[in-house]
Design a binder for this molecule. Structure first.
Ligand SMILES: [Zn+2]
Length: 374
Protein backbone atom coordinates (compact mmCIF):
# COMPACT_ATOMS: atom_id res chain seq x y z
CA UNK A 1 0.00 0.00 0.00
CA UNK A 2 1.67 3.21 -1.10
CA UNK A 3 -0.76 5.83 -0.08
CA UNK A 4 -2.65 6.88 2.95
CA UNK A 5 -6.43 6.92 2.93
CA UNK A 6 -8.19 10.10 1.91
CA UNK A 7 -9.66 10.61 5.38
CA UNK A 8 -6.17 10.63 6.91
CA UNK A 9 -4.72 13.58 4.97
CA UNK A 10 -4.90 16.15 7.76
CA UNK A 11 -3.39 13.81 10.38
CA UNK A 12 -0.66 12.94 7.87
CA UNK A 13 0.15 16.60 7.29
CA UNK A 14 0.52 17.24 11.02
CA UNK A 15 2.82 14.27 11.59
CA UNK A 16 5.10 14.82 8.62
CA UNK A 17 5.79 18.53 9.02
CA UNK A 18 8.85 18.47 11.19
CA UNK A 19 10.77 15.91 13.16
CA UNK A 20 11.45 18.24 16.06
CA UNK A 21 7.82 18.35 17.14
CA UNK A 22 7.12 14.73 16.29
CA UNK A 23 8.09 13.39 19.71
CA UNK A 24 9.52 9.92 20.27
CA UNK A 25 6.31 7.98 20.87
CA UNK A 26 2.99 8.24 19.07
CA UNK A 27 -0.17 6.43 20.06
CA UNK A 28 -2.47 6.04 17.08
CA UNK A 29 -5.86 5.26 18.57
CA UNK A 30 -9.23 4.57 17.06
CA UNK A 31 -11.73 2.01 15.94
CA UNK A 32 -10.59 -1.17 14.24
CA UNK A 33 -10.80 -1.21 10.47
CA UNK A 34 -10.11 2.47 9.70
CA UNK A 35 -6.56 2.07 8.40
CA UNK A 36 -4.43 2.87 11.44
CA UNK A 37 -1.76 0.24 10.81
CA UNK A 38 -1.36 1.18 7.15
CA UNK A 39 -0.97 4.78 8.28
CA UNK A 40 1.62 3.85 10.92
CA UNK A 41 3.67 1.91 8.37
CA UNK A 42 3.49 4.69 5.82
CA UNK A 43 4.58 7.19 8.45
CA UNK A 44 7.55 4.99 9.32
CA UNK A 45 8.42 4.69 5.64
CA UNK A 46 8.27 8.47 5.29
CA UNK A 47 10.58 9.21 8.23
CA UNK A 48 13.05 6.57 7.01
CA UNK A 49 12.95 7.69 3.36
CA UNK A 50 16.21 9.26 2.17
CA UNK A 51 14.59 11.55 -0.41
CA UNK A 52 10.99 12.32 0.57
CA UNK A 53 8.99 14.36 -1.92
CA UNK A 54 8.34 18.05 -1.42
CA UNK A 55 4.67 17.21 -1.06
CA UNK A 56 5.58 15.21 2.03
CA UNK A 57 5.52 11.59 0.94
CA UNK A 58 8.10 8.80 0.84
CA UNK A 59 9.77 8.65 -2.58
CA UNK A 60 9.22 4.92 -3.03
CA UNK A 61 12.48 4.44 -4.93
CA UNK A 62 15.42 5.16 -2.61
CA UNK A 63 17.23 2.20 -0.98
CA UNK A 64 15.36 2.88 2.27
CA UNK A 65 11.94 2.75 0.60
CA UNK A 66 12.97 -0.40 -1.26
CA UNK A 67 14.08 -2.14 1.95
CA UNK A 68 10.90 -1.04 3.60
CA UNK A 69 8.76 -2.52 0.88
CA UNK A 70 10.73 -5.76 1.02
CA UNK A 71 10.24 -5.93 4.79
CA UNK A 72 13.98 -5.89 5.31
CA UNK A 73 14.68 -2.38 6.59
CA UNK A 74 17.47 -2.62 9.17
CA UNK A 75 16.18 0.43 11.09
CA UNK A 76 12.56 -0.68 11.28
CA UNK A 77 10.72 -3.23 13.41
CA UNK A 78 7.06 -4.15 13.45
CA UNK A 79 6.17 -5.93 16.66
CA UNK A 80 2.97 -7.96 16.69
CA UNK A 81 1.64 -11.04 18.45
CA UNK A 82 2.74 -14.14 16.60
CA UNK A 83 -0.90 -14.91 15.68
CA UNK A 84 -1.38 -11.48 14.09
CA UNK A 85 1.89 -11.72 12.18
CA UNK A 86 0.80 -15.09 10.75
CA UNK A 87 -2.49 -13.59 9.70
CA UNK A 88 -0.75 -10.73 7.90
CA UNK A 89 1.46 -13.26 6.12
CA UNK A 90 -1.59 -15.27 5.09
CA UNK A 91 -3.05 -12.15 3.52
CA UNK A 92 0.03 -11.67 1.40
CA UNK A 93 1.53 -9.04 3.67
CA UNK A 94 -1.29 -6.60 3.14
CA UNK A 95 -0.88 -4.08 5.87
CA UNK A 96 -4.48 -3.83 6.84
CA UNK A 97 -5.46 -4.23 10.42
CA UNK A 98 -7.74 -7.19 10.29
CA UNK A 99 -11.43 -7.07 9.76
CA UNK A 100 -14.32 -7.88 11.96
CA UNK A 101 -13.42 -11.52 12.37
CA UNK A 102 -10.26 -10.72 14.26
CA UNK A 103 -11.83 -8.06 16.43
CA UNK A 104 -12.46 -10.43 19.30
CA UNK A 105 -9.13 -11.99 19.18
CA UNK A 106 -7.25 -8.79 19.73
CA UNK A 107 -9.20 -8.44 22.91
CA UNK A 108 -7.87 -11.74 24.21
CA UNK A 109 -6.26 -10.88 27.48
CA UNK A 110 -5.55 -14.37 28.72
CA UNK A 111 -2.34 -15.42 30.33
CA UNK A 112 0.73 -15.58 28.22
CA UNK A 113 1.14 -19.22 27.29
CA UNK A 114 4.08 -20.97 28.88
CA UNK A 115 5.54 -24.43 28.68
CA UNK A 116 6.20 -26.70 25.74
CA UNK A 117 2.53 -27.52 25.08
CA UNK A 118 1.69 -23.91 24.24
CA UNK A 119 4.27 -23.81 21.47
CA UNK A 120 1.66 -25.34 19.20
CA UNK A 121 -0.50 -22.26 19.29
CA UNK A 122 0.77 -18.90 18.07
CA UNK A 123 0.66 -16.35 20.86
CA UNK A 124 -2.02 -13.70 20.81
CA UNK A 125 0.05 -11.41 22.97
CA UNK A 126 3.11 -9.26 22.47
CA UNK A 127 5.52 -10.94 24.84
CA UNK A 128 8.26 -9.57 27.06
CA UNK A 129 10.79 -11.41 24.88
CA UNK A 130 9.63 -9.36 21.89
CA UNK A 131 9.96 -6.13 23.87
CA UNK A 132 13.46 -7.12 24.97
CA UNK A 133 14.38 -7.55 21.34
CA UNK A 134 13.38 -3.91 20.83
CA UNK A 135 15.91 -2.90 23.48
CA UNK A 136 18.58 -4.89 21.62
CA UNK A 137 17.53 -3.26 18.36
CA UNK A 138 17.87 0.21 19.91
CA UNK A 139 21.23 -0.73 21.40
CA UNK A 140 23.00 -0.85 18.03
CA UNK A 141 23.46 2.30 15.99
CA UNK A 142 21.19 3.10 13.11
CA UNK A 143 22.17 1.67 9.74
CA UNK A 144 21.28 4.84 7.86
CA UNK A 145 22.33 7.25 10.59
CA UNK A 146 18.73 8.42 10.83
CA UNK A 147 15.60 7.24 12.59
CA UNK A 148 15.01 3.86 14.14
CA UNK A 149 11.32 3.14 14.14
CA UNK A 150 9.25 0.55 15.97
CA UNK A 151 5.57 -0.07 15.21
CA UNK A 152 3.71 -1.99 17.92
CA UNK A 153 0.40 -3.42 16.84
CA UNK A 154 -2.05 -3.84 18.44
CA UNK A 155 -0.50 -2.23 21.50
CA UNK A 156 -3.22 -3.54 23.82
CA UNK A 157 -2.02 -7.08 23.15
CA UNK A 158 1.08 -6.46 25.28
CA UNK A 159 0.77 -8.38 28.51
CA UNK A 160 1.59 -6.48 31.74
CA UNK A 161 5.20 -7.67 31.82
CA UNK A 162 5.75 -6.61 28.22
CA UNK A 163 4.07 -3.24 28.81
CA UNK A 164 6.27 -2.54 31.83
CA UNK A 165 9.38 -3.47 29.89
CA UNK A 166 8.32 -1.14 27.10
CA UNK A 167 7.85 1.69 29.61
CA UNK A 168 11.59 1.57 30.34
CA UNK A 169 12.31 1.93 26.63
CA UNK A 170 9.96 4.88 26.39
CA UNK A 171 11.52 6.67 29.33
CA UNK A 172 14.94 7.29 27.84
CA UNK A 173 15.02 6.35 24.21
CA UNK A 174 18.16 7.12 22.20
CA UNK A 175 17.84 10.22 19.98
CA UNK A 176 16.03 9.67 16.65
CA UNK A 177 13.94 6.82 18.00
CA UNK A 178 10.28 6.75 17.09
CA UNK A 179 7.77 4.37 18.64
CA UNK A 180 4.41 4.14 16.92
CA UNK A 181 1.86 2.31 19.04
CA UNK A 182 -1.33 1.36 17.24
CA UNK A 183 -4.35 0.55 19.36
CA UNK A 184 -8.02 -0.26 18.93
CA UNK A 185 -8.52 -0.26 22.70
CA UNK A 186 -6.50 2.55 24.22
CA UNK A 187 -8.41 2.15 27.50
CA UNK A 188 -6.73 -1.25 27.95
CA UNK A 189 -3.23 0.25 27.93
CA UNK A 190 -1.36 1.08 31.11
CA UNK A 191 -2.09 4.73 31.96
CA UNK A 192 1.64 5.31 32.45
CA UNK A 193 2.22 4.01 28.94
CA UNK A 194 -0.49 6.22 27.45
CA UNK A 195 0.85 9.27 29.22
CA UNK A 196 4.31 8.81 27.72
CA UNK A 197 2.93 8.89 24.19
CA UNK A 198 1.65 11.67 22.04
CA UNK A 199 -1.94 10.59 21.48
CA UNK A 200 -3.24 10.78 17.95
CA UNK A 201 -6.98 10.13 17.54
CA UNK A 202 -7.22 8.55 14.09
CA UNK A 203 -9.98 9.91 11.88
CA UNK A 204 -13.00 7.91 10.84
CA UNK A 205 -14.35 8.80 7.41
CA UNK A 206 -17.90 10.10 7.20
CA UNK A 207 -20.27 7.50 5.71
CA UNK A 208 -20.30 9.18 2.26
CA UNK A 209 -16.49 9.21 2.01
CA UNK A 210 -16.30 5.63 3.26
CA UNK A 211 -18.98 4.45 0.81
CA UNK A 212 -17.22 6.21 -2.07
CA UNK A 213 -13.94 4.54 -1.11
CA UNK A 214 -15.60 1.11 -0.90
CA UNK A 215 -17.22 1.64 -4.30
CA UNK A 216 -13.73 2.40 -5.67
CA UNK A 217 -12.56 -0.94 -4.27
CA UNK A 218 -15.31 -2.63 -6.28
CA UNK A 219 -17.64 -3.33 -3.36
CA UNK A 220 -21.14 -4.00 -4.68
CA UNK A 221 -23.22 -2.73 -1.82
CA UNK A 222 -21.10 -0.22 0.10
CA UNK A 223 -23.89 1.02 2.35
CA UNK A 224 -24.84 -2.46 3.62
CA UNK A 225 -21.22 -3.52 4.12
CA UNK A 226 -20.48 -0.31 5.98
CA UNK A 227 -23.43 -0.78 8.29
CA UNK A 228 -22.40 -4.38 9.02
CA UNK A 229 -18.91 -3.21 9.97
CA UNK A 230 -20.04 -0.38 12.23
CA UNK A 231 -18.80 2.18 9.68
CA UNK A 232 -15.18 1.06 9.59
CA UNK A 233 -14.36 0.93 5.86
CA UNK A 234 -11.48 -1.57 5.95
CA UNK A 235 -13.50 -3.91 8.10
CA UNK A 236 -16.39 -3.38 5.66
CA UNK A 237 -14.34 -5.00 2.90
CA UNK A 238 -14.66 -8.28 4.78
CA UNK A 239 -18.40 -8.14 4.37
CA UNK A 240 -18.24 -7.90 0.60
CA UNK A 241 -18.54 -11.58 0.06
CA UNK A 242 -21.80 -13.08 -1.16
CA UNK A 243 -21.34 -16.26 0.81
CA UNK A 244 -20.48 -14.43 3.98
CA UNK A 245 -23.51 -12.18 3.63
CA UNK A 246 -25.76 -15.17 3.01
CA UNK A 247 -24.47 -17.07 6.05
CA UNK A 248 -24.80 -13.99 8.19
CA UNK A 249 -28.34 -13.36 6.98
CA UNK A 250 -29.35 -16.98 7.63
CA UNK A 251 -27.95 -16.82 11.14
CA UNK A 252 -29.73 -13.60 12.03
CA UNK A 253 -32.94 -14.97 10.49
CA UNK A 254 -32.75 -17.94 12.82
CA UNK A 255 -32.03 -16.04 16.02
CA UNK A 256 -34.31 -13.08 15.42
CA UNK A 257 -37.57 -14.99 15.74
CA UNK A 258 -37.49 -16.21 19.34
CA UNK A 259 -40.68 -18.22 18.91
CA UNK A 260 -38.92 -20.59 16.52
CA UNK A 261 -35.42 -20.34 17.95
CA UNK A 262 -34.24 -23.82 18.75
CA UNK A 263 -30.78 -23.74 20.37
CA UNK A 264 -30.27 -27.50 20.11
CA UNK A 265 -30.91 -27.77 16.38
CA UNK A 266 -29.15 -24.51 15.63
CA UNK A 267 -26.08 -25.59 17.61
CA UNK A 268 -26.04 -28.88 15.76
CA UNK A 269 -26.33 -27.17 12.36
CA UNK A 270 -23.63 -24.62 13.13
CA UNK A 271 -21.11 -26.64 15.15
CA UNK A 272 -18.66 -26.80 12.24
CA UNK A 273 -18.82 -23.03 11.58
CA UNK A 274 -16.16 -20.57 12.59
CA UNK A 275 -17.25 -20.03 16.19
CA UNK A 276 -15.54 -16.68 16.83
CA UNK A 277 -17.43 -15.35 13.81
CA UNK A 278 -20.75 -16.59 15.16
CA UNK A 279 -20.06 -15.04 18.55
CA UNK A 280 -19.11 -11.78 16.86
CA UNK A 281 -22.42 -11.83 14.96
CA UNK A 282 -24.29 -12.47 18.20
CA UNK A 283 -22.40 -9.67 19.94
CA UNK A 284 -23.35 -7.19 17.23
CA UNK A 285 -26.94 -8.37 17.17
CA UNK A 286 -27.28 -8.11 20.95
CA UNK A 287 -25.48 -4.77 20.89
CA UNK A 288 -28.18 -3.49 18.56
CA UNK A 289 -30.98 -4.93 20.70
CA UNK A 290 -29.48 -3.25 23.73
CA UNK A 291 -28.87 -0.02 21.89
CA UNK A 292 -32.45 0.05 20.62
CA UNK A 293 -33.84 -0.60 24.11
CA UNK A 294 -31.82 2.21 25.64
CA UNK A 295 -31.50 4.82 22.88
CA UNK A 296 -33.92 3.76 20.15
CA UNK A 297 -31.03 3.50 17.67
CA UNK A 298 -29.16 0.61 16.05
CA UNK A 299 -25.66 0.49 14.61
CA UNK A 300 -25.24 -2.71 12.60
CA UNK A 301 -28.67 -3.95 11.55
CA UNK A 302 -30.52 -0.93 10.24
CA UNK A 303 -32.34 -3.09 7.69
CA UNK A 304 -33.80 -5.18 10.52
CA UNK A 305 -35.19 -2.33 12.53
CA UNK A 306 -38.82 -3.60 12.38
CA UNK A 307 -37.74 -6.98 13.79
CA UNK A 308 -35.69 -5.33 16.53
CA UNK A 309 -38.62 -3.07 17.35
CA UNK A 310 -40.92 -6.06 17.73
CA UNK A 311 -38.43 -7.85 19.99
CA UNK A 312 -37.79 -4.86 22.26
CA UNK A 313 -40.85 -5.20 24.54
CA UNK A 314 -39.83 -8.77 25.47
CA UNK A 315 -36.28 -7.82 26.37
CA UNK A 316 -35.05 -7.32 29.90
CA UNK A 317 -32.17 -4.83 29.45
CA UNK A 318 -30.45 -5.95 32.63
CA UNK A 319 -30.45 -9.58 31.56
CA UNK A 320 -29.29 -8.63 28.08
CA UNK A 321 -26.50 -6.48 29.46
CA UNK A 322 -25.33 -9.39 31.63
CA UNK A 323 -25.51 -11.66 28.59
CA UNK A 324 -23.40 -9.24 26.53
CA UNK A 325 -20.72 -9.46 29.21
CA UNK A 326 -20.74 -13.26 29.11
CA UNK A 327 -20.41 -13.07 25.32
CA UNK A 328 -17.07 -11.34 25.77
CA UNK A 329 -15.86 -14.33 27.72
CA UNK A 330 -17.43 -16.64 25.13
CA UNK A 331 -15.45 -14.89 22.42
CA UNK A 332 -12.26 -16.09 24.09
CA UNK A 333 -13.57 -19.62 24.62
CA UNK A 334 -14.81 -19.77 21.04
CA UNK A 335 -11.24 -20.13 19.83
CA UNK A 336 -10.89 -23.62 21.29
CA UNK A 337 -14.06 -25.00 22.85
CA UNK A 338 -13.89 -28.56 24.13
CA UNK A 339 -17.17 -29.37 22.43
CA UNK A 340 -18.33 -26.88 19.79
CA UNK A 341 -21.94 -28.13 19.77
CA UNK A 342 -22.39 -27.89 23.56
CA UNK A 343 -20.60 -24.56 23.59
CA UNK A 344 -23.04 -23.15 21.03
CA UNK A 345 -26.05 -24.66 22.75
CA UNK A 346 -25.06 -22.98 25.98
CA UNK A 347 -24.52 -19.62 24.29
CA UNK A 348 -27.84 -19.84 22.42
CA UNK A 349 -29.90 -20.99 25.40
CA UNK A 350 -28.59 -18.02 27.37
CA UNK A 351 -29.41 -15.79 24.44
CA UNK A 352 -32.99 -17.06 24.28
CA UNK A 353 -33.30 -16.48 28.00
CA UNK A 354 -32.02 -12.91 27.85
CA UNK A 355 -33.99 -11.82 24.84
CA UNK A 356 -37.31 -13.39 25.71
CA UNK A 357 -38.49 -12.70 29.21
CA UNK A 358 -39.92 -15.97 30.55
CA UNK A 359 -43.48 -15.81 31.92
CA UNK A 360 -43.25 -15.05 35.63
CA UNK A 361 -45.12 -18.16 36.79
CA UNK A 362 -43.55 -20.74 34.57
CA UNK A 363 -40.25 -22.40 33.85
CA UNK A 364 -41.00 -22.59 30.17
CA UNK A 365 -38.48 -20.82 27.96
CA UNK A 366 -39.52 -18.34 25.35
CA UNK A 367 -39.10 -20.91 22.64
CA UNK A 368 -41.56 -23.22 24.35
CA UNK A 369 -38.83 -25.61 25.47
CA UNK A 370 -38.82 -26.90 29.03
CA UNK A 371 -35.76 -26.19 31.14
CA UNK A 372 -33.91 -29.32 32.10
CA UNK A 373 -31.34 -29.34 34.84
CA UNK A 374 -28.83 -31.09 32.61
ZN1 LIG B 1 12.46 6.95 -0.31
Amino acid sequence: MNNIYSWQQETWRILTQDGASLGHALLLRGRQGIGKLAFARQLAKFWLCQTPSIAGHPCGTCPSCTWFEQDSHPDFRQVEPEAVALLTEKRGGDADEGGSEEAGFYADAGEEPTGPKSRKKPSRQITIAQVREIADFLGVSSHQGGYKIIVLHPAESMNPAAANALLKNLEEPPPLTLFILVTHQAQDLLPTLRSRCRQIPMPIPDPATAAAWLAQQGVGNPAACLASSGYAPLAALEFDDGDYQARHKAFIDRISVPATLDPVTLAEDLQKSDLPTLIRWLQKWCYDLMSFCTTGKVRYHASRLPTIESLAPGIDPRALSAYLRTLNASQRLAQHPLNPRLFLEDVLFSYAESVVRPPADSNVRGNGRMIHAD
